[in-house]
Write a protein that binds this ligand. Structure first.
Ligand SMILES: *Cc1c(COP(=O)(O)O)cnc(C)c1O
Length: 389
């Protein structure tokens, strides 16, 4: 079956829920055992047994199963935010004495996590050029255990050669953890490209309506036990009402992304033709670093891309931003409404350097009509260019 069909059928079990289409929401901490004997012989295998709220109920399992079905991999675990999933995936792989390699274009809070907690845990780490590909072999040390990839990178959108990295690491058994939030498992299949653990912020496209915080880690069978253990011992779980919302969002992922892909490409091309714009960073456009890997490995592009403006005074930018009617000024993305935000902190680098002088903006394209979005942007660029100090 096609993914579009699977999005409708995965994680549903109407036969055991009175014929009701959507899986019900179970709120639980305590789960009662009918007898002494049942308590003593309860299945102790972690992960799939309803014996305590923290370990999951059929509500969480429905979403986890749906994600696994879409992602590939062995099992998925839910976390209370994307960032919690990032931290857990990393801690499921490394321990004291290990060395980790992190893409230099990584999501800012992931960088902060590594820079803050790795020294405390006596884990060494280096950043690598996201376009390194098979050259990752040269960065390995005898104690390297983890290579962290994020493709495309946050804010600067470098697409990585994930299969080449994974293939180069295979002989040494180094684990590849990937942040796959941008493409979602609809447009990039991490496990067919050699990834061991895939992280997603469900907060973004899966939930899709700007009202849920959640993350997920999907893992191969080999990597799974450490993910499950990390979640359990750090006490991480996702709330049942949020799981219900995320599962409801998942049902429409294919139609939302199809529109957002098309609308984002239309806007990206419009930006490219504007005199106020220095560069557009969109994985599906040839100017984007690593575009050839996007073409080879991804089955689509989503609605998030970067626009580098020519240098303008800050007050001119403020005048542009303060007048938008449709483009909201706010963090996160993946919802049904469009957003536009400057990404100053998002261009931090450890090995390379971001040389551009103009403001780098991140565009999140929602479900509005393209004509209306362009009219909003056109008026914004008029405010930008007409501003005089
Ligand atoms: C937003 C985001 C996260 C973190 O998700 P939260 O749910 O906001 O914690 C992780 N990775 C990427 C690439 C993101 O964009």
């Amino acid at each position: 079956m096609k993914d579009q069909t699977r999005l409708v059928t995965l994680g549903r079990d109407s036969k055991h829920n009175h014929g009701i289409v959507n899986p019900p929401v179970y709120h639980a901490s305590t789960v009662l055992f009918p007898t002494w004997q049942a308590l003593k012989t309860k299945d102790q295998r972690p992960g799939r047994n309803v014996n305590y709220g923290l370990h999951g109920t059929p509500t969480q399992f429905a979403l986890e199963d749906a994600l696994t079905g879409l992602d590939g991999g062995f099992r998925a675990k839910l976390f209370p935010s994307g960032q919690a999933a990032v931290a857990a995936a990393i801690l499921a792989v490394v321990q004291a004495g290990d060395h980790a390699l992190i893409a230099d274009s990584v999501y800012g809070p992931t960088r902060n996590f590594c820079d803050t907690y790795f020294p405390r845990f006596n884990i060494e780490h280096d950043y690598y050029d996201p376009l390194i590909g098979a050259g990752i072999s040269e960065c390995l040390r005898p104690n390297t255990r983890l290579v962290y990839v994020e493709s495309p990178g946050s804010n600067t959108f470098e697409v990585q050669d994930v299969p080449a990295i994974a293939a180069a690491l295979k002989p040494s058994g180094v684990k590849v953890v990937m942040d796959n939030t941008w493409a979602s498992p609809l447009y990039f299949k991490p496990f067919t490209q050699g990834v061991d653990l895939s992280v997603q912020a469900i907060t973004k496209y899966i939930s899709g309506h700007s009202d849920v915080m959640m993350g997920a880690v999907t893992a191969t069978e080999e990597a799974w036990p450490e993910v499950e253990k990390t979640a359990r011992l750090f006490g991480q779980c996702a709330a049942p009402d949020d799981c219900y919302l995320a599962l409801r969002g998942l049902r429409t992922l294919a139609v939302r992304l199809r529109y957002q892909q098309q609308a984002a490409l239309a806007l990206a091309r419009w930006f490219e033709a504007r005199p106020e714009v220095a560069r557009v960073l969109h994985p599906a456009l040839p100017g984007c670093p690593g575009h050839e890997y996007w073409k080879r490995d991804f089955t689509g592009a989503t609605g998030l891309f970067g626009v580098l403006l020519k240098p303008r005074p800050e007050a001119a930018l403020a005048s542009m931003f303060d007048g938008f009617e449709l483009f909201g000024l706010g963090y996160s993305w993946g919802g049904y409404e469009s957003l536009l935000i400057p990404t100053g902190e998002g261009t931090r680098r450890s090995i390379g350097r971001w040389h551009e002088q103009g403001a780098l903006l991140r565009v999140q394209v929602g479900l509005e009509a393209v004509e209306d979005l362009i009219a909003d942007l056109e008026a914004g660029f008029t405010r930008l260019s007409q501003y005089h100090e």
